[in-house]
Design a protein around this ligand. Sequence first.
Ligand SMILES: [Zn+2]
Length: 375
Amino acid sequence: MVDVAGGADYVHDDFDSSTAPVLFDNIRAAMPSVGYVYDPLYLEHGTSGHPEEPARLQSVMSHLKESGVLRELSQIRARDATPADLELVHSRELIARVRGTAGGGGGWLDPDTYVVSRSYEAAIRSAGGVLAATDAVLDGEIASAFCLVRPPGHHATPDRAMGFCLFNNVAIAAAHALERRGLERVAIVDFDVHHGNGTQDTFYAEPRVLYVSSHQYPFYPGTGHWRETGDGRGEGTIANLPLPFGCGREEYLHAYREVVAPLVRRFQPQFLFVSAGFDAHFADPLAQMRLDTRSYYEIASLIKSMADELCEGRIVYTLEGGYAHTALAWSVRACIDSLLGKELAEDPLGDGPGIAGPDIDALLAAVKRAQGLGS
Ligand SMILES: [Zn+2]
C-alpha cells in the first residue's frame, strides 16, 4: 500500500537494513572531507601600519574563492573559546589583561603586540575556531581542516601575550584534545619561520605532546636551540631545528625527511596539529628564508602522508604568520590542495631564488643526537 498523501512511497516494509552502508558510504563520499574555519570577526583585530593585519586573511579568502578551492571545502562554524578553554593553557591574569586592555579601548602588550577594542572577541573566536575544527575532526565529520584564524597564537606563553599573539590557539586545541577528548598523544609541527616559544613553554614538561619546530635561528624570539628538548616527564618531546638563514626547499625537505618525519613516527601521535606560518617564503618581508609555494606543498604532502600512516589522516592546520600577501594566499592554498589530494597549482611568484643554501648536515646530526635518533 502506497501512502501518497504522506509522501512515503519510497519506504518499503521489506527494506533490508544490511544494504544501508552502501547508501551511507555514498553520502559520505559526497561530503567534502576537508574543512576550513573563517569568521569575519577575525578582520576586526587590526591597527594601521602593522604587518599582522586583516588584509592577510582577506587575500587568502579572495584567492580561495576566485580559484574555486573554497567550494571544495566544508565550512566549520567557529565558536567562542570560553574562559575554561583558555585556562587549559593560560593564566587568569593574562586572560584578564587581554580582556581589560580591549575593554579599555586597546593598547600595546609589548612593542609588537597590539590590542584594539574588538581584539578579545576576535582572539576567543580564533581559539574557538581551532577548537571547533579539532572537534569536527575527532567526531569524524571531516578528515582534516585548515583554520584561517587571527590573531595568531604560537608566541603566546601561558602567562604572556607577545609576538602578535594573544592566546595560543594551537596549544589550547591540543590541550582540549588531551584533557577532554581522551587522546593520549598529539603532535604539533610548526613550520612558521619563528620559533613557537609559547607552544614550547606550554608543553615543555608534557609527555603527551610532541612539539617539533623548524625556524630561522638566531632570530625572534631567541628560543628554539636544539638543546631545548623538554624537561622532566616531557624530556625528549620538544624538538627544535634551528636553521641558519637562507634555507630553501632542498634544506627544508632534507630536514623534514631526516628529522621531523622520524620523530613524529617514533611518537605515534593520534592527531597532528600544524602551526602553519608562511613567513619562510622568499617573498616574505620579515625573514630571510627561501621557501616557495612548491616547498609548502611538499612539506604539507609529507605531513599528510604521516597523518595517513599514523592517525587516520587527522590534521588540523592553524594559521600563524606570513606577511607577503600573495605568497601567503598561494601557500595556504598549496597546503589545502595537498589535503584535498590535488596537484600543485602554478603560482605567480614561481620558484625561490636558485642559490645554493647553507650546509645543514652538521646541524641535523646534532639534532638527531640530542633526540636519540639513529643516524
Ligand atoms: Zn612567524
